[in-house]
Design a protein around this ligand. Structure first.
Ligand code: HEM
Length: 235
């Protein structure tokens, strides 16, 4: 067992399985957030449901934990590998010269993703889930609250309008999504390759599926940001 965790394939497998959590979490999160583009009240109802339903909380926590494990493990592996032999990611992997830019830069892309996530947590998670759990709710800034809605911790639509009314935040989020797109795009097909589900015929197909899937995911998130900007800034 110890040998498995030390082997290159073992490490990649752990990265792949935990990366799967990341993809699942993002799929769920994007679908949930997209509701805000259609209806502010509908979105708040989803936030309210997720904030008070223990099954949803536990489900989110498990996905988020897999996600965090993926990030922490990637950091440990990269530090170990860099110490051992320069910039290579995995012990026995020699990447060919023409390999994609995103493949060589998974760690730096991951770091940008992490920085964006830190900002995102301070903005949304702290004002909503954390505020609700800790019982220290902040009022939504004047002019942004959803009509008829009194609970700021579940007024996600208002927080979206408030934060994305600022074009600098919009720009930061779009850069964050671009980094996430590059990171996921590589990670998605490489995950299948790691578990052995890939050959000359399937690799190009998996790459296409991966590009299409991650593009839909990121466009969905970007649509929420743009809609928030339009609604929040009154454009
Ligand atoms: C348009 C973009 C996004 C919006 C509007 C958004 C909105 C939110 C909101 C409202 C919450 C708090 C949910 C609650 O308390 O019920 C949240 C939490 C969270 N977000 Fe996002 N999010 C976006 C993109 C992302 C992306 C791209 C990631 C990951 C890279 C992400 C990761 C998380 C995580 C891990 C949490 C904490 C767990 C949870 O509450 O579900 N979010 N987000």
């Amino acid at each position: 067992m110890k040998g498995f965790f030390k082997s290159s394939i073992g490490k990649k497998l752990i990265m792949s399985v935990t990366g799967c959590f990341l993809i699942l979490f993002l799929t769920f999160h994007m679908c949930m957030n997209f509701v805000a583009v259609i209806s502010a009240e509908g979105y708040n109802k989803v936030c309210e449901f997720l904030g008070t339903n223990w099954y949803a909380l536990v489900g989110t926590a498990i996905l988020a934990l897999g996600f965090v494990f993926h990030i922490v493990y990637a950091t440990i592996l990269t530090i170990q590998n860099r110490k051992a032999r320069g910039n290579d990611r995995y012990d026995d992997q020699n990447l060919p010269a023409g390999v994609e830019w995103s493949s060589k830069n998974m760690f730096i892309l991951g770091a940008i993703v992490l920085l964006g996530l830190g900002l995102h947590f301070c903005q949304f998670w702290a004002k909503m889930m954390f505020a609700e759990l800790a019982g220290c709710e902040d009022a939504v800034p004047a002019g942004f609250a959803t009509e008829g809605w009194t609970n700021a911790a579940t007024d996600g639509a208002a927080w979206i309008k408030y934060y994305f009314s600022n074009w600098v935040i919009v720009l930061i989020y779009l850069v964050w999504f671009a980094a996430l797109w590059l990171h996921l795009n590589h990670g998605f097909w490489s995950m299948f390759q790691t578990v052995g589900f890939s050959n000359d015929k399937w690799l190009p197909r998996l790459k296409t599926i991966s590009t299409v899937y991650t593009t839909i995911l990121m466009l969905g998130f970007a649509a929420v940001v743009i809609a928030g900007f339009i609604q929040g800034s009154g454009c």
